[in-house]
Design a protein around this ligand. Structure first.
Ligand SMILES: *Cc1c(COP(=O)(O)O)cnc(C)c1O
Length: 462
């Protein structure tokens, strides 16, 4: 273990007590939850790594910001402060708040997509894919091959396969491709970053065929940190300079601010061109679905704290500490021979559950099986990023086979300490020691038609 934990660049002022249930209680709870971790109560989870979305701890400046949030229905001060922060950090002409990432998708995608059209991404996040499909279009993933091999270390495993992208555009017909979506970092591939070079090359292809490039930018700051650390020519640039360059290659962005915005609720839409014809339809959809365009479904105080959080997220010492947490946990897994998407990404550690449980087939969901075992072992809540999450083919209704079977340990920002990571590592080692005896996974006993993993019921496969 060569990696040292980077001390928190903050100290703790408010605490939230945690409680560990007994093993017997945990076994009952997960059975009562129909083996779906989304059905567990938060208070029954000792370490909650279900998601890094909206689970962040705010700073004293943000808590202070709540008090000065302006609740005017139209034209609140907090709105203008957020728009200024967005314009400054991303260098985009139009900034529209919405209540979360999927709201940005719901507002923007129907303007650009319709039946018969395609959207191509390095990898679609689940709600992003759902909103492409709800707009009537089809979502196609186009990630580089190395992303699909968790064991092989490579830089920028989140990248778009640019050659394949151009081929796909020609096969589908450029007029049928409504949108290219670059997800930074690439969540579904394990929080893997996208390089500036890849972003530039993707934007060149989009320009050549006159297709808009949307940056799905929930983790823009973490991505910028990886560029600074790993991409040639960026070591001496500030995070803000890198963010601005990264975004200069896109035409618009849709953002869940619940991640790198370091808030509990919020989202943004940005359009680079200040005179964009998209502004009117975006505002019209926003008013219909979210609320008047100067609050976008958020409280004035939410707008205020987001404008602060965006700046805190591009602080380099914070990012070094944050990515350092992932590397600390990953180093412990290396010692134990536990495979994960490597090198670790920005917002969590994605355990290779196929490697842990080689005998469990994709249709019995190895990633979900490991999530259940971790809950039983130590009250840790994680989730499946694999075939269980991917779901069924929308045409044939058959179970799709995912490229990976991950169990995602997503790390909330500024919430857990080094000792919590030790508990997580010990639990994984304990599960690994009995993994040989776990030969069967889970089957679905009930599922809704879309985004099933949030609600489905499961039972042990027999
Ligand atoms: C979280 C996320 C979304 C959806 O955002 P919500 O705020 O959860 O609605 C979209 N894309 C990516 C890459 C995400 O990580």
């Amino acid at each position: 273990m060569a990696i040292k934990y980077i001390p928190e660049p903050f100290r703790i002022k408010v605490v939230e007590p945690l409680r560990m249930l007994t093993r017997e209680e945990r076994e009952t709870k997960i059975e009562e939850a129909k083996y779906n971790v989304f059905n567990l109560r938060g208070e029954d989870c000792y370490i909650d790594l279900l998601t890094d979305s909206g689970t962040n701890a705010m700073s004293q400046n943000q808590w202070g910001g709540l008090m000065v949030g302006d609740e005017a229905y139209a034209g609140a001060n907090s709105y203008f402060k957020l728009v200024e922060a967005g314009k400054d950090i991303f260098n985009y002409g139009c900034i529209q708040p919405v209540h979360q990432g999927r709201a940005a998708e719901k507002v923007v995608f129907p303007i650009l997509l319709e039946k018969g059209k395609y959207a191509i991404s390095n990898m679609f996040f689940d709600t992003t894919r759902a909103h492409v499909e709800l707009a009537g279009a089809r979502a196609v993933d186009c990630v580089v091959e190395e992303a699909k091999d968790p064991i092989t270390r490579a830089k920028f495993k989140g990248n778009m396969d640019v050659e394949k992208l151009e081929k796909l555009i020609n096969e589908l017909g450029p007029e049928n491709v409504g949108l290219v979506v670059m997800t930074v970092t690439n969540n579904s591939a394990g929080g893997q970053p996208v390089s500036i070079k890849n972003m530039r090359e993707t934007s060149e292809v989009c320009k050549k065929y006159n297709i808009l490039l949307d940056i799905d930018s929930a983790r823009f700051a973490e991505n910028a940190y990886f560029i600074k650390r790993d991409e040639e020519g960026y070591a001496d640039k500030s995070i803000k300079e890198i963010v601005r360059e990264l975004f200069s290659y896109g035409d618009l962005f849709t953002m869940s601010a619940k991640k790198d915005g370091i808030v509990n609720m919020g989202g943004l839409i940005g359009v680079k061109d200040a005179d964009t014809p998209l502004l009117l339809p975006i505002r019209a959809n926003c008013i219909s679905y979210e609320g008047f365009f100067t609050y976008g479904g958020l409280n004035g105080r939410d707008l205020e704290v987001l404008s602060i959080g965006l700046y805190e997220s591009i602080d380099e010492s914070y990012l070094a500490y944050r990515i350092g947490q992932m590397e600390y946990l990953a180093a412990k897994l290396d010692d134990a021979g536990i495979a994960y998407q490597s090198p670790v990404g920005g917002h969590g550690v994605f355990i290779d559950a196929k490697h842990m449980f080689p005998e469990i087939p994709y249709y019995e969901f190895p990633g979900q099986t490991l999530a259940i075992e971790l809950y039983k072992e130590a009250g840790i809540r994680a989730c499946d990023i694999g075939s269980y999450m991917l779901g069924n083919d929308p045409d044939t209704k058959k179970q799709l086979k995912s490229e990976f079977e991950f169990t995602r340990l997503a790390v909330p920002r500024r919430v857990y300490t080094q000792a919590h990571f030790d508990v997580v590592a010990d639990a994984l080692v304990a599960v690994k020691e009995r993994a040989r005896d776990i030969k069967r996974g889970y089957r679905i006993t009930w599922e809704p038609p879309m985004l099933r993993h949030f609600q489905a019921h499961l039972a042990p496969a027999e």
